[in-house]
Design a binder for this molecule. Structure first.
Ligand code: AMP
Length: 617
């Protein structure tokens, strides 16, 4: 984008050569310099295009003005727009929410009434995503040299899709993108060459896809400059897969033949080409590394030229950082972007920063952004309250409240403040609450940067306590330190509020392993009980009051589960409509079926033996 001529393509997308890093950086500078004007233009364009849609005309009455828009169009949750989405899914093709045709519905990781939420998408939006992905390249090039001298082993997956009654595809956003021509026919970019042939990414059998992608990555190990997956959990799943399958992979490399169970014709063909001929020396080398007693630093050993691991490790993924560090041998963990099914939001301009320092700069031509100010929980136990009163005390999940709310604009957010993100997109969402809580950490030019804090309403509650995902992560992290010093790694965890007996209590399910040998460690009662107490001591003041003074919460329990339990949980969630790619372990389980899956695999239970410290604040 050049000044004075900011956006040449429809939908405010500047045109440039993605191989030209300098041009890419220039665009980012211009976008972040001209935030106010761009946001104004984005909103004008969205309103002008869509004012006559069923949804907007009810509020705007033909007026295209920003103030009218903000005054009359309500801030909404999914439940508010669901009837409109359902009309689209059921084949009503009139301009319901968007003047541009909705070409597919993107199934988000959130659920509504047991069904995945569905977000609208248009043809133009694929170009917006391509534009966004292209901008990640110059940012990485600024910090890491020579990325055009090798390949990226990115493990990317698609998930089966369904059709709505109207014939529209309903599928996760990444599946939609990988299956689009924008991905499949992407122009060659020397900074973005993958070890995985497209056929292996697009293979609908996730096991074959994983096997083939790892095989291709191992064969090309000397060319690999970075490895990754979208989320940390997916990457760790790949490491586990490798742990289980390296012998067979090595045998394929040794003989030059792909295993017979790889039946997907596309995969067989491309993988055979990559394998090319028997490579016994390479197989010996990989076998030697995989055979070693400890897998500490295995990534660096198998892919020696790797400069970093590209996986999202912010938000709920932060709990994977230490496990990733263990396997990576100290490679930087890079969270490049913040995005969702609704819209792609922001880019991490300092990709080499530590996971806990990561901030995302919202890109102002992606959508029109607004922010609902949010107050952090007070020490005195006041609830998670929004300044504007949308979420009142004791309201746990009042997602559908429709009070008048005051939002602030992108250029008006304040450093250190917490906000909930609200978007108006080019695809038919108007003032839609994404459900993410963000904190302003700084500015890049005039564009604010945000730390992802957590997703709204991911909480545990037994009495008046309300524990957010972030609170739980912090408490578990403290307890984790106790066990880590004893050579035990906490691999996965989730929780639920067990109210089947009175008083109810928090239950944490832990999957743990011994550092190095991948076995279930011998569990010391005293230490595990201490872990329960440490979690309790680290929870907030209301929790501790309820537990200690009111006795309205019972002792916290840790249930250690056998290996593979969280894989079973994921399989269950996927069977319920979650995407493999976008799957994130839920930190709080509510479904009885999911709890049964976990409970049936419990190998030991431990309870806190003392009430945590509490005094009135
Ligand atoms: P989905 O709509 O299923 O793709 O999920 C999108 C959600 O994933 C976002 O609204 C966030 O809550 C979460 N998410 C996406 N990117 C990140 C990130 N970089 N850091 C933390 N959470 C993220």
């Amino acid at each position: 984008m050049t000044r004075g001529n900011p956006c040449q393509l429809p939908g405010m997308l500047p045109n440039y050569d993605p191989n030209d890093s300098e041009a890419g950086m220039k665009i980012l500078e211009d976008l972040t310099e001209n935030v106010e004007q761009i946001q104004q233009r984005v909103l004008e364009e969205i309103i002008t295009r869509n004012a006559r849609t069923d949804y907007l005309k009810g509020f705007l009455d033909g007026q295209f003005d920003k103030q009218v828009f903000k005054k009359t169009v309500p801030v909404v949750n999914y439940e508010d727009i669901k009837p409109y989405i359902e009309r689209i899914a059921n084949g009503d093709s009139s301009n319901i929410i968007s003047a541009e045709p909705i070409i597919e519905l993107l199934t988000s990781s959130g659920t509504s009434g047991g069904q995945p939420k569905m977000m609208p998408s248009t043809a133009e939006d694929l170009h917006r995503k391509t534009f966004f992905y292209n901008l990640l390249v110059p940012v990485m090039n600024k910090y890491v040299d020579g990325l055009d001298e090798g390949k990226a082993m990115y493990l990317l997956f698609v998930k089966p899709e369904t059709k709505t009654p109207s014939g529209l595809m309903a599928r996760p956003v990444l599946t939609s993108y990988y299956k689009s021509n924008n991905f499949k026919n992407r122009p060659f970019n020397r900074f973005n060459v993958y070890t995985s042939p497209d056929e292996t990414i697009l293979c609908s059998d996730s096991k074959q896809s994983m096997y083939c992608q790892l095989l291709c990555g191992l064969v090309q190990r000397q060319e690999v400059l970075r490895v990754g997956a979208v989320f940390a959990s997916a990457f760790l799943r790949a490491i586990k897969f490798l742990e289980h399958n390296w012998k067979e992979l090595c045998s394929n490399i040794r003989t030059g033949h792909v295993s017979d169970w790889i039946t997907d014709p596309g995969c067989r063909k491309v993988v055979s080409l990559v394998l090319n001929k028997p490579k016994p020396e390479l197989a010996d080398l990989i076998e030697h590394e995989c055979n070693s007693k400890s897998w500490e630093g295995i990534i660096k050993k198998l892919w020696p030229r790797t400069k970093y691991i590209e996986v999202i490790v912010t938000g709920s993924m932060a709990q994977y950082v230490s496990t990733l560090e263990y396997y990576s041998g100290g490679l930087p963990l890079v969270s490049t972007m913040y995005a969702s099914s609704e819209c792609y939001f922001g880019i991490n301009f300092k990709p080499l920063s530590k996971p806990w320092d990561v901030s995302y700069t919202l890109i102002p031509n992606m959508a029109y952004f607004e922010f609902l100010p949010v107050k952090k929980k007070n020490e005195d136990g006041a609830q998670y309250v929004q300044c504007n009163g949308v979420c009142k005390e004791n309201c746990m999940e009042k997602e559908t409240e429709k009070e008048d709310v005051e939002t602030v604009e992108l250029v008006d957010v304040k450093l250190g403040q917490y906000y909930e993100l609200v978007v108006t997109t080019f695809t038919g969402l108007y003032r839609y609450r994404v459900g993410d809580i963000l904190m302003v950490t700084g500015f890049h030019n005039k564009a604010p940067q945000f730390r992802f804090v957590h997703r709204r309403n991911v909480v545990l509650s037994v009495d008046t306590d309300k524990t957010s995902e972030e609170d739980l992560l912090k408490a578990v992290t403290k307890a984790k330190v106790t066990v880590e010093s004893l050579g035990i790694l906490l691999i996965e965890y989730t929780s639920y509020a067990d109210t089947s007996s009175i008083p109810g209590h928090y239950v944490l399910f832990w999957e743990i392993t011994s550092k190095g040998n991948n076995h279930l460690p011998v569990l010391d009662h005293k230490i595990m009980e201490q872990c329960c107490s440490t979690v309790e001591e680290s929870l907030d003041s209301v929790y501790r009051r309820c537990r200690r003074k009111d006795n309205s919460i019972g002792p916290l329990e840790i249930r250690v589960v056998q290996h593979g339990t969280f894989d079973a949980l994921m399989d269950f969630c996927v069977s319920q409509g979650s995407s493999v790619n976008q799957y994130k372990t839920p930190r709080c389980i509510k479904s009885g079926e999911a709890i049964n899956i976990l409970d049936s695999r419990v190998v030991a239970r431990f309870f806190s033996q003392k009430a945590p410290f509490w005094e009135p604040v």
